[in-house]
Structure formats: structure tokens, C-alpha cells
Ligand binder design. Structure first.
Ligand code: NCD
Length: 305
């Protein structure tokens, strides 16, 4: 990979993404070949916002590569709580670890990293801006399911405004051919203007609708997201919108047989639990794929370094 830091999937080429897919698949099939490949390397795991999957799958990935992990899972126990600037934290982490994953609410933190980091930094989610490694594992899952990412119709449903996985997945899909996108959300949760402008620049073929019933019978993939309660400036807006969409068994009556349903998780109430037992559900497999993909990413960046 030519990449030093990963804060936007826009900076990863399609070739690099496909190389990561091949490597992740090889790791998945032959994990013991990689069990010591990052021995004596240290991952700093810096989580300033809540996380289950991203943090634990990165940490699991590093352990499975034979490396070690240091870090914190909440800003409360880091020196940020004492007023330390993020620039100073980065400067210090440079000498404690060989690579770092950081989840932070400051959008544009990638710029600070670029200025101060001497080791590779990976975004584990940046405000509502982007979540590039989630997109990589989403794409990896789609690629595994369909053999290639080509000629697919993909619906993205839910909080398209505040969800950071959405821009990253859209920018990632833009690198593949003949993809049709349905953007499905209540009016108030539509993708942000800046993201829409970027989609146009990238030549993405998308249609905006409010009701999934308009799209469901056409979809190969339905990617569902939760409403990002914590990002709402006015809690009353959240109260008004919560529960405004939900996928149930009945919603799938018109779905294609091979439709797969993805979700970055955590889920709140947007996918009914009975959907878990259908042949469409792939979200737990998707979370599992995250470990292989993140192993491939850590391995590649450490090798470059
Ligand atoms: C997502 C996130 O943090 O953006 N979770 C994840 O990393 N799998 C999605 C979410 O929180 O809704």
C-alpha cells in the first residue's frame, strides 16, 4: 500500500482495495501463516468515542498477527480529560507504538494526524465524516458474497445524514463498475449536501427515496443503519424520527431470493430479530469478516513501514 495513514477511503485505490481482499482471504484461509507476522509490533488503540466491534476487532486482529496492543476505550481515562490536545497525544503515541487506530469525534482529525504522526494512523471512525475500515469490510463482505463487486443494486437505508459508514461505503462503491444505489431514508435523514456533491463528482448512479418498498424488489444488497441518536443537536428530533423505519419478515416478501442484508451494527430496532434467522441476514458474518480485513490492513501498513 502506498498509504501512510487511512482517514478516507477516497485515498485508497481500487487496486489497493482488491489487494486487501486477496490478502484478507488468504489470512482467513491460512491464519497460522500470519500468526507471528507482526511479532514485537505494538498497536495503540485510541478510542475517544464508544465502540465494540471496531475496537475489539482491531485488537483481536493485532493479537492474531502476534503483535501487542496498548490503549484506552474511553476518553475519560485518557489525558484528554485533563485538557491534553490531540496533537500532543499523537506526538507521544509516536514513540509508544508502531501503528495506531483512533476513533474521534473531531472531523478533520486526519489533518492533525498528517502533521504530527510519524507512525501509521488508521481512522476507527471520525465524527459523522467517515469510517473507512468499516467500508472496507463491507466491500469485502459484498465481494465474498457475489464473487465480484459489479452490476449490483445496493440500497442504503436509515440515518444517511449522520451515519459515518454511509459516505465511506458510497465512496468505496464508486470505485466499482455498474453499481446502482438506492438511498432510502426519511427526508430529515437524507445524505448531507457535501456528500451528494461528491457522489455526483464521482459519477455514482443513485436514486433517493423515502420508502424502502419502492426499491426492495430490485436489491442485491440492503445496507441498514441505526439512527445516530448521539449526533442529534435537538433530542426532540430524534424522538420524532426514532422507529421511522424497520425491516421485518413482512418487508422481505417482495425481496429477491439472493438479497443479503448488511448492517455495521450496533442495531437498535431497525431490523426485527426474526430477520436474523432468514437466509438474507449477513450482519454477523460481516462483523466477523472485519477481523480478517483489519488483519490484512495492519499487516500491509506495518510491512510498508
Ligand atoms: C458504526 C460506527 O461506529 O459508526 N459502528 C461500527 O463501527 N461497526 C455504526 C454505528 O455506530 O451506528
Amino acid at each position: 500500500m502506498t498509504l501512510k495513514h487511512l482517514f478516507s477511503i477516497l485515498n485508497v485505490t481500487r487496486k489497493e482495495i482488491e489487494e486487501l481482499f486477496s490478502l484478507a482471504l488468504d489470512i482467513e484461509e491460512h491464519p497460522s501463516n500470519y500468526a507471528n507476522s507482526c511479532k514485537s509490533k505494538i498497536l495503540a488503540s485510541l478510542f475517544f468515542e464508544p465502540s465494540t466491534r471496531t475496537r475489539l476487532s482491531f485488537e483481536s486482529a493485532m493479537h492474531r498477527l502476534g503483535g501487542d496492543v496498548i490503549g484506552f476505550a474511553t476518553a475519560k481515562i485518557s489525558s484528554a480529560a485533563k485538557g491534553e490536545t490531540i496533537a500532543d497525544t499523537i506526538r507521544v503515541i509516536n514513540s509508544y507504538a508502531d501503528i495506531a487506530v483512533i476513533r474521534h469525534y473531531i472531523e478533520g482529525i486526519g489533518e492533525v494526524v498528517k502533521k504530527f504522526a510519524t507512525i501509521p494512523f488508521i481512522s476507527g471512525g471520525t465524527g459523522s465524516q467517515e469510517h473507512p475500515t468499516q467500508a472496507l469490510l463491507d466491500l469485502y463482505t459484498i465481494n465474498k458474497e457475489f464473487g465480484e463487486i459489479k452490476g449490483l443494486t445496493i440500497g442504503l437505508m436509515g440515518d444517511l445524514k449522520y451515519g459515518r459508514t454511509i459516505p465511506s461505503l458510497l465512496y468505496g462503491l464508486a470505485k466499482f463498475n455498474n453499481i446502482k444505489i438506492w438511498l432510502i431514508s426519511p427526508e430529515e435523514l437524507k445524505i448531507r449536501r457535501g456528500v451528494e456533491i461528491r457522489l455526483r463528482e464521482l459519477g455514482v448512479n443513485y436514486t433517493i427515496v423515502e420508502d424502502y418498498r419502492e426499491a426492495i424488489s430490485e436489491l442485491d444488497v440492503l445496507y441498514v443503519t441505526r439512527i445516530q441518536k448521539e449526533r442529534f443537536p435537538d433530542p426532540l428530533d430524534y424522538e420524532r424520527l426514532k422507529g421511522s423505519y424497520r425491516i421485518t419478515l413482512e418487508s422481505l416478501n417482495e425481496a429477491r431470493k439472493h438479497l443479503i442484508i448488511l448492517h455495521p451494527l450496533p442495531r437498535v430496532d431497525e431490523i426485527a430479530p426474526e430477520v436474523d434467522d432468514t437466509k438474507h441476514a449477513r450482519y454477523f458474518q460481516q462483523a466477523k469478516n472485519g477481523v480478517w480485513l483489519r488483519m490484512a490492513l495492519l499487516y500491509s501498513l506495518l510491512k510498508e513501514d
